[in-house]
Design a protein around this ligand. Sequence first.
Ligand SMILES: [Zn+2]
Length: 532
Amino acid sequence: MSKTLLIGLDGASFDFLMPWIEEGKLPVFKKILQEGTHGILNSTIPSITCPALPTIYTGMNPGNLGIFSFLNPDGSVVSSSNIPYKSIWHFLSENNKKSLISNLRTTFPPEEINGVMICSLHSIAGKGLGSWENAESHWVYPKELQKELDGWAVDIDSFTENVINKILSGDPQGYQNVKQLEELRASKFKKLLLKADYDFAFHWIEHTDTMNHLCWGNKKLILKFYQEVIEPIMSDYLNTFKDWNILFISDHGAADQVLYDFNINTWLMNNGYLETTWLHKIKLISHILSFAKKHLPYKYIYSKYFNMKKELSTTTKEKAILPNEKNSILGVNWDNTIAYSDLNWGIRINRNKAGDNYEAIREKIISQLKESKSDSGWNIVQNAWKKEDIYSGKYLDQLPDIIVLPQNYIKMTKQIFHNELTQANKSKIGSHFSAINALFMAYGPDIAQHNIIERSNLYDILPTILFMLKQEIPKELDGKVLNKIFAEKSEYFNYQAKYTDETVVRTHQIRDLSDKEEEDMKKMLKSLGYFE
Ligand SMILES: [Zn+2]
């Protein structure tokens, strides 16, 4: 049985890599496509690292995880104590399999596992990140190992100054700094992997995504990063771990900065699903808001003059997984409103008002959304679905009735304006909120050559790894084994998966974040544009 190495390339997608691969600019990718298996994985919606990464390492979809953002509904940052299910390293530790888990976000604080766990930058307390003497900010298990990872952790302020700001201002040193950091981590990971007898290893390369965010307007630099940094790392791993099966995956794709806001509640109003109060009918508020949005720090005005306090959804049985922002949509006559949107990836239907027409209304809105076009004639949304077509699980009740995927350069907003589409606030930072095409590639002794698999899901990765390590697979998992990736000559080709009724719910305790850790993580996420 071969061992399995999983490499994450944050934000990598064939959407932008394939043209480069076909032009011969990325020979290592080309080699893997020719001598291995590849395909597309559906990311989560919204397509952001959290919930995408927890979906990968738990094998559970966000409808079961109850996570849809880097933030919990109460505004705190999602950390490992908020992940309700067992992760890949728990399954393996329980069965005496040794793992090396490296640089995954949302894994802080580090856990005691059979093996080694290195938490990522985004999960590490800020100032003094590199100072492992500070007992509170241990980011490695076992903690003694932290000494060997000199240079791995980066202070958030210095990362912003030396990488983010320098790249944005065109200083070439910014590129050099991020290059050095990923190379250092990749080589330290390799060294650790060679040092002990691991069954499974998972290293996350996070700055592929940083480059997408910062350089989308200058794709040459993104290509250069793949050519000079990523491909040499990949090729080194392929040569060093020849008898391992190596999977390369991403969590989502990449896209340009947001150009337009799609004011979905305005669209619903124009299509007769949402009614406004007399204030909006005289078009006063919408004009003031349009003006404020263009000329003033909009969020500031909004939060200052209107009550934007977040309330938690009031479900009694299960914990609330989404903030209830219904009251922050101004000027709605709720008595006469059939559908509205209180978050930027879905539409809710007022069931009391819709009654028996619920399904018909849902289908009509979906088909109207798919047909809706801008003044210049392009489609506003890529797709729209009934929630149960995308999600399943115990939190399905709390999710919006319709899931909407706008075009990559469009962000949905919930406020009611004069126009359905308005110019977005200028940002230098690219967004991948709707970039659902994540990448999958596999290479190794048991992997089929020149093979393409059908579109699969992020949550299929965990059962596939359990299968490759010949572990029992819990029936409760949302994912399924990607059994089309194996070569005919491989022992896995005819191997029958063994399933178990054992629970996937996490039972052991993980501590919550300290206030300081919480504050620093928010700062990092803000600097990458995840929230304002
Ligand atoms: Zn990501």
